[in-house]
Design a protein around this ligand. Sequence first.
Ligand SMILES: Cc1ncc(COP(=O)(O)O)c(C=O)c1O
Length: 371
Amino acid sequence: MFQPAKRCKLIQLSEIRKMFELVAEDAINLSLGEPDFDTPLNIREAVKVALDSGFTHYTPNKGIIELREAISCKLEDENKINADPESIIVTVGASEALHISIQALINSGDEVLIPDPGFISYDPCVKLAEGKIVPLELHEENEFRMTADDVIDTITDKTKAIILNSPANPTGSVMQKEDIKGIAEIAEDNNIYLISDEIYEKIIYEGKHYSPGRYTDNAITINGFSKTYAMTGFRIGYVAAKPELIEEMLKVHQYNAACASSLSQIAGLEALTGPQECVGEMLNEFKRRRDLVVKRLNQMEITFKAPEGAFYVFPKVENSMEFVNKAINKGVIIVNGAGFGKCGEGHFRISYAASYEKLTEAMDRLDSINI
Ligand SMILES: Cc1ncc(COP(=O)(O)O)c(C=O)c1O
């Protein structure tokens, strides 16, 4: 009889993907974290040129130097992080960056604080490394923000790392500067690493993004191109950390992916160094959609916190599973909050990365549900 490795039995396939596969063709899918925009033309053109010129071979394991230099400048200019190109690995999406960071850091039994509710990959990534998950409970009363006080109350002498995600999936909350700074100090004082997932950095409506990496060398900064530049299918991201950590991550990356796709690296290079108007245009459209969803949820008298960033809203209903099932019956796919952790129970997540027209129709359908 087939016996899979025990580590695979510790984790399950994503509920979100499973739901996606169930849906009828005419259903409106508000379950995926994927911008519906086309990748900007200049990026696609740069890839075509690279393809025609035969740029189809392996690249250095860490990624092409031009891209790492561009990332290094971006981190310095925008995030106030000092990371030279040798301290950066270009990865297969932020997803791989998360995986290699955790593989390089976590031993069996090490405690890792993860936001609850939080992005669905954190828990399985830590489990695959045999780490011990410690949920860091985020509460609606506090706008689902992670605070330095929450961290102080939750760390132990076994805490090896804390995962931060601001702006956050699934809540859209944005952490405040003093908390980022405070958590960076806690990390320094207690020899804890901060794995900072900054994939929604540019999708921010209120507040400002601060990277823990500007305050501590214990930060591992993870970012990517999927959300900011509508490049999910390119599978390209990056991680920056202090050199000794990067060398360990590189081993995992080398024997796992070897390098990110050469063409996707060209796409990433063009994204960072080409015109940036597309970023503002997409942000404006996300904001228009957010305002629509906020207005409609208010009219429906559903309790929720208006998102300050990312493209999710995380409302509360009495029986969220029942609500999600009723929504599916009406042809709107949304996700039950429990999938994001215990503190997500009683909530559901709407991704408003779909078109304004689809969102309008979806909100009409949700409005017709009896709750
Ligand atoms: C918080 C968060 N981190 C990371 C990722 C993965 O991004 P990528 O497409 O770069 O692997 C996602 C995707 O939904 C996300 O929501």
